[in-house]
Design a protein around this ligand. Structure first.
Ligand code: SAM
Length: 277
């Protein structure tokens, strides 16, 4: 049976608040899961199970699937669409209220995240897993195309932002596929894209991630201001000290935060932390 029919038979009403735009094309879903690198050895966490179409494609390739869904009205739908799979469990909870540490204890080993994310909460969900997850191998997310470009942007471009630098310090993000809006049901306003992030926690060894994130946050706190001004405001530094810190990483006093690469932010956070300016 088609997902649309199962939804109708169960009297399901789409809840706009939850960003419910479902993917139904089996070839597309299978291709996403393949490109996410999911194998029979993998445990996969899916965020926002919806009607279970992506879940089914993951179940076919993974060892174990743990899916989260906020909308309990989807329970009877999922009983039908996932009936044939014994390697899946669905947890009806708001993912933002799930403690990552407890989830990781429950999983008991490494895992991948695969999700067609609700658009209203894309960034908080991503940052939650990037910042709190310690056992994640990869995160493969379908997001609005514009957001996908931001996740993979180069330093100095208009798409580059705090989230780009936040991801790049612990992983490598790549846009792997575009998805036309017509592939979703109901059809949203904009096209989407799939981004795969391979996590590499040793990419910058020995760095203090909290210090790094504080510096990135400061650098992007006001895009119109220079890095020196943003550092002065965020860290209560004197102009002289802020200029010295920026100079210590080989940058001029007029430089703006969005031109700094991940490597620059790593250096700057170390300089500021050790006061070595
Ligand atoms: N995975 C399905 C697919 O690809 O067709 C559904 C994707 S749909 C874009 C996003 C799903 O996330 C919806 O089913 C929505 O109810 C669910 N959702 C929204 N906010 C959530 C949250 N905070 N926690 C868990 N699920 C959420």
């Amino acid at each position: 049976m088609q997902l649309k029919d199962v939804l109708i038979l169960n009297g399901f009403k789409f809840n706009k608040r939850y960003g419910q735009n479902f993917l139904t094309d089996k070839n597309l879903l299978s291709s996403i899961v393949e490109k996410a690198g999911v194998t029979k050895e993998d445990t996969v966490v899916e965020i926002g199970v919806g009607g279970g179409t992506l879940t089914s494609a993951i179940c076919e390739r993974a060892k174990r699937v743990i899916g989260f869904e906020i909308d309990k009205n989807l329970e009877p739908v999922l009983k039908t669409t996932l009936a044939e799979f014994s390697n899946v469990e669905i947890i009806f909870k708001d993912i933002m209220k799930v403690k990552t540490e407890e989830l990781e204890k429950y999983i008991g080993g490494e895992y991948r995240v695969v999700a067609n994310l609700p658009y209203y909460i894309t960034t908080p969900i991503l940052m939650k897993f990037i910042e709190e997850g310690s056992k994640i191998k990869s995160i493969c997310v379908t997001v609005q195309d514009e957001v996908a470009s931001r996740l993979c942007a180069e330093a100095g471009t208009s798409e580059y932002g705090a989230i780009t630098a936040g991801i790049d310090v612990v992983g490598n993000a790549k846009k792997i596929m575009k998805i036309d809006k017509k592939m979703f049901y109901p059809v949203p306003n904009v096209d989407s894209a799939v981004v795969n992030i391979e996590i590499d926690r040793n990419k910058y060894q020995g760095i203090d991630l909290n210090a790094y994130r504080n510096v990135v946050r400061a650098a992007f706190s006001s895009r119109r201001k220079t890095l020196v001004n943003n550092l002065m405001n965020s860290f209560k530094l004197t102009r002289e000290d802020a200029e010295k810190a920026v100079g210590a990483i080989g940058k001029g006093v007029m430089v703006r935060g969005e031109t700094l690469s991940t490597q620059d932010f790593v250096l700057l956070s170390t300089v500021l932390k050790n006061k070595s300016y």
